[in-house]
Ligand binder design. Structure first.
Ligand SMILES: Nc1ncnc2c1ncn2[C@@H]1O[C@H](COP(=O)(O)OP(=O)(O)O)[C@@H](O)[C@H]1O
Ligand SMILES: O=C(O)C(=O)C[C@H](O)[C@H](O)COP(=O)(O)O
Length: 292
């Protein structure tokens, strides 16, 4: 008899400590500019984990940590969110990002101990394991392959990793069950984002491309599907892609062959645009979208 794993979704990757840089020029040497506020936040793997947990999934966050100031803040926040973790050692402060907010997207300057992921021996047993980043997936390749052999389904989302994106179309053997890219990543991977669902089937049996306000299109469960974005008054674009992944996985875990996966994922992503940052602390942001 096979038993279902108690954890429905494991999210494995780095948790980023983010400093949102105010949109002003740099001060001259020796000078100091005071602004009203410098916002801090957490992101990376915690984004998808927090959304999935708020949507009602049992979630485990697998991430390396050290003994830095950001590690203390991250551990406390995760504990307050009630998300269970699997940790292993990294350097202190393994993932720090400066976030520069633009008109309809953001840019990052980041320092990340990506190699710490290679020290992960085993990932928790889960129905799905999601890795938010191609480079992260490369460093986690061994435990991911072991988990897949034991029956877990593997999902990987893009992130801006040009070399990994360029190599995607030559992958074969479908190491993953689901690949999610945004349009810019898909463009870099295959030259024409619209063709990505067909051209990247060597990497994963399901390929989804998100396209900002336009929504998403995919090859999912053996069919070409698409959906429009849900219009909202956007406040902050951080975490929309990560929330989309959480919504999509929540749907696929509960309705593996259902027809509304993309529409549901777009609805979840649009809610994240109405709050600051990509971590859901107030589940009311997702009111009406929880699933039992
Ligand atoms: N301006 C927007 N209005 C409505 N939905 C949006 C908007 N921007 C993003 N989304 C939603 O978030 C998803 C991911 O956004 P996208 O910009 O494609 O990815 P990323 O955040 O990874 O860059 C989209 O598929 C869509 O559902
Ligand atoms: O801080 C960094 O450098 C990160 O890469 C982690 C970010 O929190 C998310 O990955 C945001 O990603 P989106 O969901 O596409 O907005």
């Amino acid at each position: 008899m096979t038993t279902k794993p108690a954890v429905q979704l494991c999210v494995a990757g780095l948790v980023y400590f983010e400093v949102f840089v105010p949109a002003i020029g740099l001060p001259a040497a020796g000078e100091e500019i005071f602004v009203n506020d410098i916002r801090l936040g957490l992101g990376g793997a915690l984004n998808t984990a927090s959304v999935a947990s708020a949507l009602g999934l049992s979630v485990r966050l697998a991430h390396p940590n050290g003994n830095g100031l950001s590690d203390i803040a991250i551990a406390q926040k995760i504990s307050r969110l009630g998300i269970s973790t699997l940790n292993w050692a990294s350097r202190a402060d393994p993932a720090i990002s400066l976030v520069f907010s633009g008109v309809d997207d953001r840019a990052f300057v980041s320092a990340a101990d990506i190699t710490a992921l290679a020290d992960c021996n085993t990932l928790p047993s889960a129905t799905w394991i999601h890795v938010p980043g191609l480079l992260e997936a490369r460093y986690l390749a061994k435990p991911l392959a072991v988990a897949k052999a034991k029956g877990a389904r593997i999902s990987v989302s893009g992130s801006w990793a040009p070399d990994e994106l360029a190599a995607l179309s030559s992958l074969h053997g479908q190491p993953w069950d689901l690949l999610i890219l945004n349009a810019k990543e898909a463009q870099l991977a295959v030259g024409d984002a619209r063709k990505a669902p067909d051209l990247l089937l060597g990497a994963a049996s399901n390929v989804v491309v998100t396209d900002g306000a336009n929504g998403a299109f995919a090859y999912l469960n053996g069919r070409h599907v698409s959906c429009s974005g849900v219009p909202v008054m956007a406040r902050d674009f951080t975490g929309a892609g990560d929330a989309f992944c959480a919504g999509l996985l929540n749907y696929l875990i509960r309705h593996p062959l259902g027809d509304n996966a993309l529409a549901y994922a777009c609805a979840v992503a649009s809610r994240l645009l109405t709050q600051a940052g990509g971590v859901v602390e107030n589940p009311a942001v997702l009111a009406g979208l929880e699933m039992k």
